[in-house]
Design a protein around this ligand. Structure first.
Ligand SMILES: [Zn+2]
Length: 1008
């Protein structure tokens, strides 16, 4: 688009790298492409011819070459892309229609004009192995040619695609995999996991209808007419005051076509984007060191046009600051286009980036800057992103964080995101930077984080953001603080200087940083990058010396010997700081004479401190380490300077307490804390008594065997009857929950073991009727209490899956009179329509003791549990002891899980049942069909050996509130219905799992 002779710069920089490379036995292949491609915007196809010059600079002879054919990633559900998307819970590709899928075909590889043998890899149809007729000697070159045809997939899935006639043509041509120091690096295309490509040059000619605006990698060749046309677009765009986001129709394509040619050297990929609706703006920025002039372009639709009209400034700032901190941008243009991409907020390609919807000006600036920044960390420093994602995404995020700090000093975390009245969530004190730390902490607090140096495909989706992007940004910020900006910048610039247009590995970066700074950075590379070890320093005490200086006792309670920085704070402003090299155990650190209120480790939050609660000590007062109590409404982010207590008003109703009101107090919910509590006392004006719920838990996150050990207890008290007087049940259940470590964090299987000791102290009564002369025979009631104790052990295996999840649950209960075992299996098939699913539940249970009489209240129930049958007092019933009326028809779908209520099928021996449900998936009327079939020990059967029922259900909220209308009943059920004179409405039952919508879960969902 803008031409200038760059050859001289490139050649000289390549020459000076040559000597260095030899010394390290470093080599890199050179791959030069010539492609002619035509876009068919009716069939959404590309037809192309490609010629690849492949130069073997390796010391080895090559007899084959791996080629990436990445459009095949969109071909069917067998590809790595399809599997990864499903694993990450996305079903859009899995259920996609043939017309929306994509592929590459019509390939006919020739090497130096002769046909060669090639084959797709058996387990990866987007990679092929091409056999050379003769080995390619070290230092020799070949020309590989092929025609190819690409069916462009829908842009909903990943990075290559079209949304209507808006085209994002990326990862689109046959491309040799990288052959480097480690051998062949062939890899299937993935959404989560980026790229690794050989450097070389591109000469690409693109033919498309004349009225498309096209942005691409490289400089336009002989493009004067096109450039003039774009300049006219710029003038038109500059004259537009308001971009109507509703006007997004595609103009009709011109019958006439144009061919645009682009050339670029020293890049490792070529992408292009075109849209007939694009507005265009153009700018220019001069790089700070070499004063090289870079043309900046932006191309955007009306969609967020009113934000994009200011975006040239963002482009210029991004190019300027990245050049300033890392080294100058050497190419002639830098372009950003607006595109709806599903792979995330934006995506980088050499010279050109594509940006998704951003919502506000600040976010647009940040995303543009991040993507432009990839020209350094990805584009020029061509690391293997699949294996070392942090080398591009992480270091780039550190630069992005610095950009925000530089350009928007004092910017708050919440600005532009949420406009809350007052300071509802206590978020206002945090700066923008805190979000990086917080996203790292979300997993790290649970010991579920992953080392920064982990292959991209091994990360959980949460950790890919929290560790690769955020933690890396935080640790590089920490390194910068430790080294000082000057030393840090000089070292990073040296890294850029030595490694641009090359393939640096983590060891190469470490070598440069340690050499340039003269520091041993093992705490940084071995611990912060290569491990999940945690950093935690604690201030134990402070003493003032006679000369006014301070002695501060600091203890390293973490696993990393990173530098520690202590700030003296007066009137909430830092008045001094000292930095010490890291140490193990305890150390006495000096602080020069200063008038301070308190000392704090890492006041500006540069360190990945896992526990900030022990970072502060006051210089006077009685309780130097006790943090002031802070009452906070609803919820918020953990504030390390305060002991937080959240509260919210709560209310409840049941048939005996009637209305209850109270307050809930609870510890913070995010990030996960070691000590958690929830207290929800309520007062009933009907029973004039207290009711409610409470829970405490201590959580441990060990390094092996268990992911989480939770020791705690719950307490529950509600009224369950008003006659002959108000009676309560009181339940206290100590609990041990063990969550086993997964074999790998991405594994869909989760094993848990839970033990509870359920203690019930329930109000009861004895009746006394005095008979005889003078008595009116009125009974008198005496309040008594029943004590029940039950051991409850549950093992659960759950497999999460976007289409076919299942779980298996084994439960053992043991009490004074009984021991029973139950097995529940759940399987679900989820259809494309998110509201439609087919659910199968299987239950089998047996008493281990054969004392039928003793089984009494504990018998297996074919019809699930009514309120008074819930002998564990686990579920919340509006009318726990009702036997008729609507409240008696609330039930829990456990044991037999039948929807029709009948006492038939209550067995003191054994019971087995199968429950089927199929929702019909109509959003306006969420209805479905159900069917149950079961049998049980003979003590529970009347005439039928097998019981069944079927009907229609209305799902107001799946698994929480569902209403069942019986249609088909077995003979025993019919007989029960007739014998009891039940009307149809009396046979309609419903579930209401209030415990699943407890306020703490709501808070948890609401807060993030
Ligand atoms: Zn990125």
């Amino acid at each position: 688009m803008y031409k200038m002779n760059m050859k001289a710069i490139f050649i000289s920089s390549l020459l000076c790298m040559g000597g260095l490379a030899n010394a390290q036995s470093y080599f890199q292949q050179e791959v030069n492409y010539t492609i002619h491609v035509t876009l068919d915007d009716v069939k959404n196809e590309l037809t192309a011819d490609e010629s690849i010059e492949y130069i073997n600079n390796s010391p080895n002879e090559l007899s084959f070459i791996y080629m990436h054919l990445w459009p095949n990633a969109y071909k069917d559900n067998s590809t790595a892309l399809a599997k990864q998307k499903l694993e990450n819970g996305e079903t859009n590709f899995y259920y996609s229609k043939e017309i929306d899928k994509g592929y590459i075909d019509q390939i006919d590889f020739k090497v130096d004009g002769k046909t060669v043998k090639w084959e797709l890899l058996k387990d990866s149809i987007d990679i092929c192995k091409m056999y050379l007729n003769e080995p390619l000697k070290s230092g020799a070159r070949i020309t590989i040619t092929t025609p190819f045809h690409v069916k462009i997939p829908s842009g909903e899935f990943s990075r290559l695609g079209h949304i209507g006639q808006s085209y994002q043509i990326t990862q689109w041509y046959p491309k040799p995999a990288v052959y480097d120091r480690n051998g062949w690096n062939y890899m299937p295309y993935l959404n989560q996991g980026e790229f690794y490509s050989e450097f070389g040059s591109f000469d690409v000619s693109i033919t498309l209808p004349r009225n498309y605006v096209l942005g691409a990698t490289g400089d336009m060749v002989d493009g004067e007419a096109e450039l003039k046309w774009l300049e006219d677009k710029v003038h038109e765009t500059e004259a537009i005051e308001y971009f109507n986001p509703k006007e997004l129709d595609f103009p009709v394509s011109d019958n006439a076509t144009k061919t645009l040619r682009f050339r670029q050297s020293n890049v490792h990929d070529f992408a292009w984007f075109c849209d007939k609706r694009y507005h265009v703006l153009k700018g220019e920025v001069t790089t700070p060191h070499t004063k090289h002039k870079v043309t900046t372009w932006v191309m955007f639709t009306n969609s967020e046009g009113n934000l994009w009209k200011n975006s040239i400034k963002y482009m210029n700032d991004a190019v300027y600051y990245y050049s300033l901190w890392n080294g100058d941008y050497p190419y002639n243009h830098c372009t950003a286009v607006d595109g709806t991409i599903s792979a995330g907020g934006g995506m980088e390609y050499p010279n050109i980036t594509v940006i998704g919807a951003s919502g506000n000006a600040f976010q647009l600036d940040v995303v543009i800057t991040h993507e432009v920044g990839h020209n350094w960390f990805y584009g020029m420093l061509g690391s293997n992103e699949r294996e070392h994602a942090w080398m591009d995404e992480g270091i780039n995020s550190a630069n992005e964080m610095r950009y925000v700090e530089t350009k928007y000093p004092g910017r708050k975390l919440t600005e532009g995101l949420i406009d809350l009245p007052g300071d509802l969530f206590g978020l206002k004190k945090y700066g923008h930077k805190y979000q990086y730390y917080l996203t790292y902490l979300l997993s790290a607090a649970k010991n579920e984080d992953q080392a920064i140096e982990t292959p991209a495909y091994d990360y959980t989706e949460l950790n890919y953001g929290g560790d690769v992007y955020s933690k890396t940004a935080v640790v590089f910020d920490y390194l910068k603080k430790y080294l000082g900006d000057e030393v840090y910048d000089a070292a990073m610039q040296k890294y850029f200087e030595e490694w641009h247009f090359k393939h640096p590995m983590p060891g190469d970066l470490r070598k440069v940083l340690e050499r340039e700074t003269g520091k041993n950075l093992s705490w940084f590379f071995d611990d912060l990058i290569n491990s999940t070890k945690k950093l935690d320093y604690k201030i134990a005490f402070v003493n003032k010396r006679d000369d006014g200086a301070w002695d501060i006792g600091v203890k390293n309670t973490g696993d990393i010997k990173g530098p520690v920085i202590i700030y003296g704070i007066k009137n909430d402003k830092p008045v001094g700081e000292v930095m010490y090299e890291g140490f193990e155990g305890k150390a006495m650190l000096g602080f020069p004479p200063a008038d301070v209120d308190y000392f704090k480790i890492d006041y500006p939050e540069n360190m990945p401190e896992i526990n900030r609660n022990n970072n502060t000590i006051r210089t006077h007062g009685l309780f130097k380490k006790v943090e002031p109590l802070k009452l906070q409404f609803l919820t918020g982010v953990d504030d390390p300077d305060k002991t937080q207590l959240y509260w919210t008003p709560v209310g409840g109703w049941n048939n005996y307490n009637k209305w209850m009101f109270g307050l809930a107090f609870y510890s913070n919910v995010l990030p996960q804390k070691k000590f958690e509590f929830q207290l929800m006392p309520m007062y009933s004006y009907t029973t004039n008594d207290l009711a409610g719920y409470g829970r405490v838990a201590f959580n441990f996150f060990p390094k092996s065997v268990f992911q989480k050990i939770s020791i705690g207890a719950t307490a529950t008290r509600y009224a369950y009857s008003n006659a002959p007087f108000d009676m309560n049940f009181n339940k206290i259940a100590p609990e041990l929950l063990l969550e086993f470590k997964k074999s790998r964090l991405r594994s869909p299987f989760k094993h848990t073991l839970r033990y509870r000791n359920i203690n019930l102290l329930n109000d009861s009564y004895s009746v006394n009727v005095v008979l005889g002369p003078g008595s009116d025979n009125t009974p008198t009631y005496k309040k008594t209490q029943d004590y029940i104790n039950i051991n409850d052990l549950t093992y659960t295996l759950a497999k999460s899956h976007a289409v076919q999840p299942y779980s298996l649950n084994v439960n053992l209960q043991q009490g004074e009179w009984m021991a029973k075992l139950g097995l529940t299996a759940n399987y679900s098939y989820k259809f494309k329509n998110k509201n439609k699913s087919f659910d199968v539940r299987l239950f089998a249970g047996s008493f281990l003791s054969n004392d039928l009489a003793a089984a009494g209240p504990y018998r297996f129930r074919m019809s699930g549990w009514r309120g008074y049958q819930d002998y564990l007092y686990d579920n919340i019933y509006l009318g726990r002891t009702e036997t008729d009326g609507i409240l008696a028809n609330q039930f829990t779908e456990n044991e037999g899980g039948f929807k029709f209520y009948a006492p038939n099928g209550q067995s003191g021996k054994w019971l087995a049942a199968l429950n089927l449900k199929s929702s019909l998936g109509n959003i306006k009327l969420p209805i479905g069909l159900y069917a149950d079939i079961g049998t049980c020990g003979t003590d529970g059967l009347l005439n039928d050996q097998t019981l069944y029922d079927a009907g229609v259900y209305l799902s107001l909220r799946k698994n929480i509130c569902e209403v069942y209308f019986p249609v088909l009943l077995c003979n025993d059920f019919k007989a029960y219905k007739t014998a009891n004179g039940l009307t149809y409405p009396e046979t309609i039952r419903f579930t209401l799992n209030i415990s699943l919508i407890n306020p703490f879960n709501l808070v948890r969902n609401f807060s993030f």
